[in-house]
Structure formats: structure tokens, C-alpha cells
Write a protein that binds this ligand. Structure first.
Ligand code: ATP
Ligand code: MG
Length: 597
């Protein structure tokens, strides 16, 4: 994918994480408005402690947007000496599953967050929620409705927007069942629970205001009848609480002081407060922050699930996915992800973050930690004509110039080498300083060689090998004596290199904002058909044979790579698979230079 044209980024950019980060690398965030609200609440005595929660619904795997939510939730608790719960928001039996619970827990841990023994499930609160619903009915603030779901939304009315963007709404109409007596409502609600009515035949609704400009307040549904098997409670219940009723009361049950969530819940806040007031429970405070949106991808479980189910990707952990598991398999580190989130900060307005900034944070981290090795992705043979057949020599290579403690290793040199096909040109284009007949280059850690010619296949005319001679005086870069060359290329000794499969990736979507689909198109039409390229036969240094899944390297001149869990087995040879995490070229600095951020 080419460089990004319109790279904007968080409107409210925060100052990079301060010295605080060094003290607690796990989850500190720079100064932000949520911390200000919390400090004020402690100051005024609204709360005497701080307790937050991260509330994923187990209906998909976590994505990088959830990493932001996690960091906000955990860092705010930590900053104020409080705690953060992990709560599965699992009150929708149709879509939830224990495999998602396990995947979520693994990813939260991998990101470096620890909920200790505070693992909760909204589905454990069904009895408590039922009792509170009864309490609200007794107050005359909820009623059983016989309207169908379609009729309810029709009665609710619609929002109309005029040109001044002020929202007017056509008033809703009361349900004919709105004025049932408390006794009748209590009786019907109990019978709903006992399974006397078919799915969809009745709902329990909050009696709020059918004329409210906020449609959510027009008598929202609290319970619906669904005979699905829930992954935890099985068939014990046939009525399930809705999110807007359940969430504030679950927060209250856990004594959550600050219920932090993304911006789309802002219009739900009056409802959140209404249920707390009417149920007379602990008054948690909801505070919203901007969602993370990232260019060239989608951050919504619903859409990601479609990509998995419709097999556009190999699974939730496909290295092109913005899921935590996909990013991990791609070679991202938890440190890079946390540093990215800390640097974009917490804003109040939604914005789009350029994916080039994420890659910049990744390179910063990988540069420090990755061992350097040589690999050749598109091999072409180079014969050193003045090197005797059978002779071998060991050259010294530095493991990581950024980390002197990483030491060095010996790499074998011999007569037949693999070089990158694109490092040779029969006829050099302008400004091409690599190998071409008559030109000299340095072999990384080795000798300066002069290209003496090349051989072609007599049938196809394809170049099959290149020939050259080495200069014994120029070994290992220590003879930088006057023999200047303009280019250094990487290489491998053919007899010592091992075969690899390498997978190269590009952005999953071909457009910056795949959710802004033109009329008549689907978001899947925006997928990038070139998002993955498999190189079935590449070569690498022999040490790569022992790499374990997740081990990270810099392949010199090619980028950062990670050992994938897959191994390809064919004809008795096992080829370890490597994913390219990210290239070496940094587009972010160019973007910054253009003064966009
Ligand atoms: P999705 O839109 O992907 O389905 P969701 O909000 O339904 O996400 P939940 O499992 O309910 O997913 O989310 C758990 C928490 O993560 C919520 O508090 C939600 O506000 C937050 N969250 C989800 N997506 C993002 C995002 N892109 N940026 C920041 N926070 C997010
Ligand atoms: Mg949600």
C-alpha cells in the first residue's frame, strides 16, 4: 500500500506519557479529562474510592479498540489507588460463547493487565436484576407490554433532522398496555419468567417518557423473552435483561465508581442514571471517551466476525486482523500497543488515527529488542569464482547494534551464495548502486565483490545465476580502506541456509475508511486483494530453525519478522513460517515532517 494521503490523527493529541510511565510501564496514561473528573469526585466526596471495570461482551475477540478501553479502565484505577474488575457483559444468549471468554482473558493477560480474582459475569446477576425489575414495577415505573418488537419501534416514533442539525422528533405514542396496574404487571412479569408466553409475545418496559427527544428514553425494553440456551446459565432463564437496564445495575452491584465507556454510550447516559435512581442502587458515574478508529481497518466485532465467518481471513488471529490475537501473531508486542495507546491519549471527540502511527510505535519497540539475522526472500545464486570450492570461512556478525549485550555470532561464507534477486540488474536503472556487471558492492559483514557476469537459461532466457570475484583485502568491513562502494547487500551461504516460508502482509482494506462504503457496495468490497503474499521458498540463517512461535527478528534490509506457529512440511523438510510484522521504512516521520501532526 502506498503512503497515506490524508493522515489525520487524534484531534486532541496528548502529551507523550511522562516519567510516570517508566515507574509503571503497564498502564499509565498521560493527563486526561477523565482523571480530572475522578479527582474532582474524590475531592467533593461524591466517591471515597475509585473502582472501574472492563466489560467485554463475549461475542467476539478483542481488538485494538478494546486495548484502549482496557488501558483507560486499568490506568484510572491504578492512578487513584483503586481496582479494576473484568466483567463479562453476557446477557445475550444468541451470540455469546465460552470460547470467547477464554480468548478475551488470554488477550487481556497478554496485554499486561491483571484483574486478580475480580472476574465477574453479568449472567451471575440474573436473580439480583430480576428483583430490581420487580422493585421498579412496584413503584409503577415499569410495565409488561404485549406489543411486538416491530410495533414498539413504530410507536416510538422517528427522529427527523432538519438543515440546522437540531433534532426534532415526531412524538411517540403510548402503548395500549402502558397503564396496566402494578398487580397485573407483577403477575405477568412472573409468568414471563416461568415461561408461560412464547418468545417475543411480551416485554417488560420502563415507563419513562414517550415524548422525550431522546428516543432511548421512550419506554425502553428492560426484558425480552428468548428461549436460547445461555452458555453459562443454560435454560434456567427464558427472559433476558437488556443492556441499558443491566449495565448500570451490574456496575452498582460491584460498587463501580466510574463506568468508563466509548462515546456511543453518551446518549444512553440519562437511561443509565434513570435505572440507578429508580432501582435505588449505588450511584456509579458513567463517563464517555472517544473510540479508537484506525485507518485501513475496521474496529467492530460485528464486522470482524463477518470477515471470519465468511472466510475473508483465516480466523480471528489472522495476522491481518486488528484483533489483539491477530496483532500478536503478526509480531506486535504488548509494549508497542500500550505505548501507542498512551501516546494517542484520551480525547472526548471521535477521530481517526493513522495506522502509520501504530507502525511507528511498533518499529520503535522492535528496533530495541530484535536480533538481526539475514534472510533472502527471492533467492538468486551468486558464485564467487575466485573462492575455492569446499572452502568455508566464518565471519562475525553483530546481533543487535542497539543492544551491545546481545553479542555477536559467526556466519558461514562459501563459494555459492544466495542474494536477493532485486539486488542484481542486468542493465542498471538510474541510481542503481547494487550488483550489475562490472560493479562492486560489499557483502554485509563480508567482502567487497565485483560482478563479473551472469548466466541465463538457454530456453527461457531467465537469469539463473550471477558470477563475481571477491577481494581478500576487504574482509568484514575492517578494510574500509579507500575501496569505497555505494551499496551493501545481504546474502546467505547456500550450503548453510535453511528454507523458510515467508508471509508478507499489506493493509487489510484498500481504502482509508472502509466503513464509509459507497452506496450499493458492501464493506467487504473495500478489502485489499493484495493483503497477503506467500513466499513458499525463501532462505534464512540456520539459527532460525530453532525459533519458537512468537520469536522476533529483524531480517536485515527487509523488515521485522516473527516466527508463526505454523510449520510447512513437504517432501521430508520442515519449513518454519515467518510473518513480516512491518517493514523498516518509516512513513510516520515523513508525515510528521509534512507538519500534519
Ligand atoms: P464492537 O463495536 O467492536 O462490537 P463493543 O462496544 O460492542 O465493541 P464490548 O465488548 O461491549 O464491545 O466492549 C467492551 C468495552 O470496550 C466497552 O466499554 C466499549 O466502550 C469499549 N470499546 C469497544 N470498542 C472500542 C474502541 N474502538 N475504542 C475504545 N473503546 C472501545
Ligand atoms: Mg458493547
Amino acid at each position: 500500500m502506498g503512503e497515506t494521503q490524508d493522515p489525520i490523527v487524534s484531534r486532541a493529541r496528548a502529551v507523550p506519557a511522562s516519567a510516570q510511565e517508566a515507574a509503571n510501564p503497564t498502564c499509565s496514561m498521560p493527563a486526561n479529562f477523565i482523571a480530572d473528573f475522578i479527582a474532582e469526585d474524590l475531592h467533593t466526596g461524591r466517591f471515597t474510592y475509585v473502582h472501574t471495570r472492563f466489560p467485554p461482551e463475549p461475542n467476539g475477540w478483542l481488538h485494538i479498540g478494546h486495548c484502549k478501553a482496557l488501558m483507560v479502565d486499568f490506568s484510572m484505577a491504578e492512578q487513584f489507588g483503586g481496582k479494576c474488575n473484568l466483567r463479562f457483559d453476557d446477557t445475550n444468549p444468541e451470540k455469546e460463547d465460552s470460547s470467547y471468554v477464554e480468548a478475551i482473558k488470554r488477550d487481556v493477560r497478554w496485554l499486561g493487565f491483571d484483574w486478580e480474582d475480580r472476574e465477574y459475569y453479568a449472567s451471575d446477576y440474573y436473580d439480583y436484576l430480576y428483583k430490581l425489575a420487580v422493585k421498579i414495577i412496584k413503584k409503577g415505573k415499569a410495565y409488561v407490554d404485549d406489543l411486538s418488537e416491530a410495533a414498539i419501534s413504530e410507536y416510538r416514533g422517528t427522529a427527523v433532522e432538519d438543515k440546522t442539525t437540531i433534532t426534532h422528533t415526531l412524538s411517540g405514542r403510548n402503548s395500549p398496555y402502558r397503564d396496566r396496574t402494578v398487580e397485573e404487571n407483577l403477575d405477568l412479569f412472573a409468568r414471563m419468567r416461568q415461561g408461560e408466553f412464547p418468545d417475543g409475545a411480551k416485554t417488560l418496559r420502563a415507563k419513562i417518557d414517550m415524548a422525550s427527544p431522546n428516543l432511548l428514553l421512550r419506554d425502553p425494553v428492560m426484558y425480552r423473552i428468548r428461549r436460547d440456551t445461555h452458555y453459562r446459565t443454560g435454560t434456567a432463564w427464558c427472559i433476558y435483561p437488556m443492556y441499558d437496564f443491566q449495565h448500570p445495575l451490574s456496575d452498582a452491584k460491584e460498587g463501580i465508581t466510574h463506568s468508563l465507556c466509548s462515546l456511543e454510550y453518551e446518549i444512553h447516559r440519562p437511561l443509565y442514571e434513570w435505572f440507578i435512581r429508580e432501582a435505588e442502587v449505588f450511584p456509579s458515574r458513567q463517563i464517555e471517551f472517544a473510540r479508537l478508529n484506525l485507518s485501513y481497518t475496521v474496529l467492530s466485532k460485528r464486522y470482524l466476525l463477518r470477515l471470519v465467518q465468511e472466510k475473508y481471513v483465516a480466523g480471528w488471529d489472522d495476522p491481518r486482523m486488528p484483533t489483539i490475537a491477530g496483532l500478536r501473531r503478526r509480531g506486535y508486542t504488548p509494549e508497542a500497543l500500550r505505548s501507542f495507546i498512551a501516546q494517542i491519549g484520551i480525547a472526548k471527540n471521535d477521530s481517526m488515527v493513522d495506522i502509520a502511527f501504530l507502525e511507528y510505535c511498533l518499529r520503535e519497540d522492535l528496533n530495541k529488542r530484535s536480533l538481526r539475522v539475514m534472510a533472502v526472500l527471492r533467492p538468486l545464486k551468486l558464485i564467487i569464482e575466485n573462492w575455492e570450492p569446499g572452502r568455508e570461512e566464518a565471519l562475525e556478525a553483530v546481533n543487535n547494534p542497539e543492544d551491545p549485550g546481545a553479542g555477536s555470532r559467526q556466519i558461514p561464507f562459501s563459494r555459492e551464495l544466495w542474494i536477493e534477486a532485486e539486488d542484481f540488474a542486468e542493465v542498471p536503472p538510474p541510481k542503481y548502486y547494487r550488483l550489475y556487471p562490472g560493479n562492486r558492492v560489499r557483502l554485509r559483514y563480508g567482502y567487497i565483490i565485483t560482478c563479473t557476469g551472469f548466466d541465463t537459461d538457454p530456453l527461457t532466457g531467465k537469469i539463473i545465476q550471477v558470477r563475481g570475484t571477491y577481494d581478500p583485502e576487504t574482509r568484514g568491513g575492517n578494510a574500509q580502506n579507500n575501496r569505497k562502494v555505494k551499496s551493501t547487500i545481504h546474502w546467505l551461504s547456500c550450503n548453510h541456509a535453511i528454507p523458510l516460508e515467508v508471509r508478507l502482509y499489506d493493509y487489510l482494506f484498500a481504502v482509508e475508511r472502509p466503513m464509509e462504503v459507497p452506496p450499493g457496495a458492501a464493506f467487504t468490497d473495500m478489502l485489499n486483494p493484495q493483503s497477503m503474499e506467500v513466499i513458499p521458498l525463501a532462505y534464512g540463517e540456520s539459527c532460525l530453525q530453532d525459533a519458537r512461535a512468537g520469536d522476533r527478528y529483524q531480517f536485515e534490509r527487509l523488515g521485522y519478522f516473527v516466527r508463526d506457529p505454523d510449520t510447512q512440511e513437504a517432501g521430508g523438510t520442515k519449513k518454519p513460517v515467518f510473518n513480516r510484522t512491518v517493514g523498516l521504512r518509516d512513513t510516520w516521520n515523513k508525515i510528521k515532517e509534512k507538519g500534519v501532526i
